[in-house]
Write a protein that binds this ligand. Structure first.
Ligand code: XMP
Length: 514
């Protein structure tokens, strides 16, 4: 038990694969508490956590390469159930005296596979299906005591088991949705093999986070950047529960907010048990953005200015030790920490200036995906309208006005966005479409209104459906709704004479335009 009597724990040993946090999230979704740790801390963590099971993640290496991560064979001798995924199966085979080979050809993507249903991992599942493969190496000879329990046309040992030792390996990735019944396989490992009871809930996560924050922060002062979005609101609720009056939430009105947003946020938070400060900083943001057109530069400037405002406010409060941020997991990986490529510098991670006047940054939501953050918000009794609010990026409308940001353009996009949101809500689509907003392009085109020629802006509407915001599909908004939005915007908002709807998914596009 991680903490006596609290709950069962699964230990995930990280071999550097890209899906590691996804595995963790699946395990938590299945009601089992888990922690991810570097592979070489296996035995140390087993002693500390007494896990009911261990999962080895995938990884980018080849097992015979110099310096490639190796399993400590001790981990496999504890009698604790082990599940190795992708590189993990190879690491098991290697550690126990099997043989792994590098094949001529890579097996990649959705692949037909056949299972042996007598293996508990595949219990009660269809005997064949599709799985997600991504490997060049595979197990050629299994260690003693193992048998193959799945195969593809190309790979004889697509899964192996040693029922006596409770050690299992899958060459494919059950954690990604492309593997049919992949989640059931993880469930089978947890419930059939490890004897999980499903004793971990979001309430538990909330409780542990509150305890951890209390322990870390003590009676020091914390400053939170509250934007009124889901992430920072959940962060505020969590921190106020943990440290009460020592939390000050600063809402920076950048002038880049949506219509009425500043007032709404103020209304929602000023009545709660936390210190709420609203700073009107529109003039200084717009002054710094004057003449700037490059998206990355805009993001950096906005991020920096944010921090400056906080530093100034912090000084007014006295000694502030911690700056809290509602950074969630997709922000972390998309900012190019670790080995992931830099796509955009999200201001709350990559764009931090070097000099920050705080002892430390606390990010209690750092390991959560968006949907988990919402669940936590519900757990913390946040009102639905905050929990279900669509995400709004930190740089705000600054990255939804393409090219130079001016007050006039901001007002145009604000008015249009208000109408768009109103019509989507009226059509009952506001939960179905996960994010929707307007982008003011810097393209002008010729139109005709009344008897006169116009030469005005083209506005783009963007609507996406997604669960994790890392991939997204464009939303199929019904034509009559689009029609109403188009005619209302052109009639009610000056300087827009053309509306386009963005029909690209992510990838290859991103959700925001900048
Ligand atoms: P992209 O455009 O990268 O957006 O596909 C993915 C999600 O992240 C939001 N987003 C941000 N959120 N700070 C944030 O807090 C940022 O700098 C930022 N940039 C994008 C975006 O709205 C979408 O939900």
């Amino acid at each position: 038990m991680a903490k006596e009597g609290l709950h069962q724990t699964v230990l995930i040993l990280d071999f550097g694969g890209q899906y590691n946090q996804l595995i963790a999230r699946r395990v938590r979704d299945l009601g089992v508490y888990c922690e991810v740790h570097p592979y070489h801390r296996g035995m140390e963590k087993i002693r500390e956590l007494a896990p009911i099971g261990v999962i080895f993640t995938g990884g980018p290496n080849s097992i015979y390469e110099e310096g490639s991560p190796r399993v400590d064979p001790e981990v496999l001798r504890q009698g604790i159930p082990v599940l190795g995924l992708c590189y993990g199966i190879q690491a098991i085979a290697f550690a126990l005296g099997g043989r792994v080979v590098t094949r001529q050809q890579r097996e990649y993507g959705r692949t037909a596979i056949w299972y042996d249903n007598s293996c508990p991992i595949f219990k009660d599942l269809p005997p064949e299906g599709r799985c997600w493969m991504s490997h060049t190496d595979s197990v050629e000879e299994m260690p003693e005591g193992f048998r193959a329990v799945a195969h593809t046309d190309y790979t004889a040992v697509a899964a192996m088991e040693s029922a006596d030792q409770k050690i299992y390996g899958l060459q494919f990735h059950p954690e990604v949705l492309h593997t049919e019944h992949g989640i059931d396989m993880l469930k089978n490992f947890l419930y059939e093999v490890c004897g999980a009871q499903g004793d971990w809930t979001m309430g538990d996560f909330a409780q542990r986070s509150v305890e951890a924050l209390r322990e870390k922060v003590g009676d020091k002062k914390v400053l939170l950047a509250l934007s009124g979005g889901v992430d920072s609101s959940v962060c505020a609720a969590l921190l106020s529960r943990a440290v009460g009056d020592n939390l000050t939430c600063i809402f920076v009105d950048t002038g880049l907010m949506r219509k009425n947003e500043g007032d709404e946020v103020e209304r929602a938070f000023s009545g709660r048990k936390l210190n709420f400060v609203r700073v009107d900083a529109e003039a200084r943001f717009l002054a710094r953005l004057k003449g700037v057109t490059d998206p990355e530069q805009k993001r950096k400037i906005i991020g920096e200015e944010f921090i400056r405002v906080f530093e100034e406010e912090a000084k007014k409060i006295g000694t502030v030790d911690y700056l809290a941020q509602g950074t969630i997991y997709p922000d972390v990986i998309e900012s190019g920490l670790g080995d992931a490529a830099v796509i955009k510098s999200h201001h709350n991670v990559g764009g931090l200036p070097d000099h920050v006047d705080f002892k430390e940054i606390v990010e209690p939501l750092r390991l959560l995906f968006k949907d988990e953050t919402r669940r936590l918000g519900q757990e913390l009794d946040l009102p639905d309208y905050l929990v279900w609010r669509q995400p709004f990026p930190g740089p705000g409308l600054g990255i939804r006005v393409i090219g130079e940001v001016t007050r006039e353009k901001l007002d145009i996009v604000r008015e249009a966005d208000w109408i768009f949101r109103e019509e989507i809500a009226k059509a009952g689509l506001d939960r179905e479409i996960n994010q929707y907003f307007c982008v003011l392009t810097d393209m002008r085109s010729v139109g005709v209104m009344g008897d006169g020629r116009t030469y005005d802006y083209a506005l783009a509407l963007r609507g996406v459906t997604t669960t994790d915001f890392m991939t997204a599909d464009w939303a199929k908004i019904p034509y009559p709704v689009l029609e109403r939005i188009s005619s209302r915007v052109v009639n009610e908002v000056r300087h827009i004479n053309r509306i386009v709807y963005d029909i690209t998914s992510k990838p290859p596009a991103t959700i925001e335009w900048e």
